[in-house]
Structures are given as structure tokens and as C-alpha cells.
Design a protein around this ligand. Sequence first.
Ligand code: MV4
Length: 500
Amino acid sequence: MPIINKVLIANRGEIALRIIRSCKEKNRRTVAVYSEADSNAPHVLAADESVLIGKAPSSESYLLMDKLIDAAKDTGADAIHPGYGFLSENSVFAALCAENNIIFIGPNAESIEMMGDKTRARELMAKANVPYPPGTETAMENIGEAKVVASSIGYPVLIKAAAGGGGKGMRIVHSEEDFEKSVKAAKSEAKNAFGDDRVFVEKYLEEPRHIEFQIFADSHGNVVHMFERECSIQRRHQKVIEEAPSAVLTEELRQKMAEAAIAAAKSCNYVGAGTVEFLVDKHLNYYFLEMNTRLQVEHPVTESITGLDLVSLQIDVAEGNVLPLKQEEIKRNGHSIECRIYAEDPAEKFLPSTGRLTRHRIPSGPGVRVDAGIEEGQEVSIHYDPMISKLCVHAENREKAIDKMIRALDEYEISGVRTTIPFCKFVMQNSIFRLGTYDTHFIADHFNAESISQFGEPEIAAFISAYLKGKPVNKSKNDLTPHQNSSKTTNWWLRRKQTL
Ligand code: MV4
């Protein structure tokens, strides 16, 4: 008998489905929990059992620790998988599970707590010899001392919340005159967001790339890495496109960063799946940013290049088993890209676009994986994250993966809401993305609403195709020169717009 026979999934949407799938393959029973808004959601239908835990707002359902513990006890679940978001990085919840003899499928409460405090994490990195951006090791005690640190590392500096992450409570400061008021603003934002106003100072890295390493640890002291993912294409501190391997890492640098990631995991006695985030500058210096103590949204990219099932491995190590893989048995193969398909309007600053999915036809074919949490006919709820699905492709190299992604995006049909599909098409055809020379400012530097006027907005596509019918041009709705770079396609479109 395995130790974990029944898993309660304290989550919803595509990640709940993802966890249920691995549980089924391993022959473990599954319990879904759901809010009143989710009674017909796919994860509820997919699980063996389900428990209604509250009202639509997550604060009245998916975030209610006691309800989740009660649901696990009532159904006889041995373990809780928190997925990502919600309670996945809540050390109080991890501890509460342990107190109730329920296995939390994730690291122990202490690891979560250590890495959740960004100043504590910097202290651990200092001891573990992992490089991090220059700045204060502890939260600043007074403005005067902090100013001295700031001028010694040199402006611009960044003020960050100790309890932060994800960009909240963060302020860039370009000169000493602005320092004091920026500290005050960052402190008040941090107080509001986290109930903790401690902040610290760091050198601001100007054009960094976000490269993170997947690590995995068992409870016997074994820690391995599963290579990196590059996630530099983000908006509002949220990732939209991820890929592996990163186009900039040399084999030597990959090895050094992987060793640093393993050292970071060991520094907090980590167990389970984790991610160590780094910023990499123009000169290929790397700096620890933070460690995420959960399975991440973009884990399919790693699964594609390694052939591993990360959720299955999470269950193995949560049961106390030795990791079934040694480092030298973990190989990478080919290239993988993930596009997150959000119900957001990229032409309107990525504002959420909620409503019913009147059509949802997902792409398929060799090397294409779609993790979707919503089916045709269902609503994208205002209560939760507006991600519809993750489209992930795998091919033998980066160029072929990009071409496969373009094909898959062209095949994807969604009606009823605006989506990030046109934005993803824009990126796949952008020459800087194709060269691999992008950084975290890619969207701000290269994208505006006009950039996507050619990519599949139905009324515009119909307009173009009506126009083209009268012309001897061999182009149909979706065949807008997908293999050209963006400046060419933009010019192509602009030339036609001027003559319309
Ligand atoms: C930085 C940085 C530059 N220099 N730290 C953004 C959210 C939080 N995780 C930390 N972040 C950053 N920290 C130093 N010292 C730039 C960012 C940053 C960023 C990082 C990764 C991906 C996208 C980003 C977008 C804006 C800012």
C-alpha cells in the first residue's frame, strides 16, 4: 500500500486537472474541492469525489484552511496538494496540515517561511555562496544608513519589501533626492499588501533576463536540478511566455547556475519541487532573486525537455521515498515553449476580458500539449485568475519550436472573450524574440496595441480578407507571412492599411 492513497487538491482550473491526471496514473484516489461558482468545473467532474467548500470569492472558499482540512478528514484524504497560488506558499497552512497528520505535498513550513522572507533568503544565499544583487542583507533600520548603502552600490537602486515578491512594494530610485520618499511609499505599500513594512535596498539591474532553475529534493538530502526556464516575457510581473532551454546560457554557465540553485535549495532544507529564480545581466552575471517554494505554472516546459512527470515525483518525495533519479540520469532533449492563453485584451493593456467561451477548440498534433481549465460553453469567472490554458510545444530545436508554436496558435480557436493569442503570435514572429536577444523589458520596448492589428482579431481579419479577395495576393486569413519577422509583417500591414 502506498502511503498516500487519496489526495485532496486544494485548487481549481488547469492545475487541479493536471494533478488529478498524475494521481490517476499512479492509481491514487482524488478529491476535488470547489466553490459555488465552480460546481460544473472540469476539475470537479474529473475527480473521484468532490466537496463544496464555500462561496465564489476565493477568500470564502479556496483560501479557507479549516474547510480544506475538514474536507480532507471527512473524505479520508492522506495528503493535500496545494497546486500554485492560493495556499501553496502559506507556511501556516503547511504547518496546519502537519498538525492534522495530513501530508502537505510541498516543502515543510520552515522552508516556505525562510524563503518567503526576502532578507532571510539573502542571508542564506550569503552563507551558501550564491550571488545576489549588491545591497543590504537585512531590512533597513534607518534612512541614513540605507542612504549610505545606496550611494556605495550606486544609483539606480531598488527598494524591495522583505515580505514581497511579485513586484509589490518595489520602488526604483534614480537619485538620492528621491530616496526617502520612495522608502516611505514602498513601506506603506508593503504594509498594506503584507502587513509587514520591512524593506531593503538592492542594486537595480537595468536590462536583466529572468532565468529560473527547477530543482527537486527528497527528504534524504538528495537535491537535483532539471535545467532552466527563461521567463523574461512578462507584463505586470506576470509571465506570458516561457521557454527552455534559455537562448543565452552557455553549457558552462548553466552548470554554475544549476549548482547555485541546488545550494539555494540545500540552504533551507528543501523537500519537493522548487524553483530558484535568477536575474542575468548583459555580461552574463547571474544574481539570485527569490526561491518559489511550489510547483510553478510553467512546469510543463521542464516536463517537455526532460520527459519527467513533476507531479508524480512530488508525490514520490512527499511519501518519503528517495528521488528515483540521479542527476546524471536527468537529460534534456530539444526545445520547449509555453504560451499562456489569458482571457485578456492585449490591445487594451492586457485588461481582463471575462465572459462565456462560446468556442474553445484547442490545437493538437505532434509535440503540442494544452493544459486547459475551462471548456467550451463555460464562463471565465471574474473571481479567479483569467488564464484559459497553457499551450506548450516541443521540437528538436528553438527555431522549430517557434514554428510549431505559430502553427498551434493559428489552429487555436476561441470566441467569446479577447485573448492573448494575437500577442503570442506577435512575439513568435518578432525578430528580437527569434534571435533570442530579449530581456524583461521586451513588452514595454517592442509591443503596442498596433503590433497585433494583423494577428487574428476576427473583424480585422475579415476586413483584410475581403480586401485581398479583390487583389492578386496569395494570402488568406491566418497566413499573414508567419515566417517573416515582425518588422516585415508590420510594414506589410501598414502598406496595405495606407492603400485601403
Ligand atoms: C529586480 C529587478 C532589477 N534589479 N531586482 C520583479 C518582481 C520581483 N520578483 C523582482 N523583480 C525585479 N527585481 C533587481 N535588483 C527587476 C525586476 C523586474 C522583473 C524581474 C523579472 C521579470 C520581470 C521583471 C519586470 C520588472 C522588474
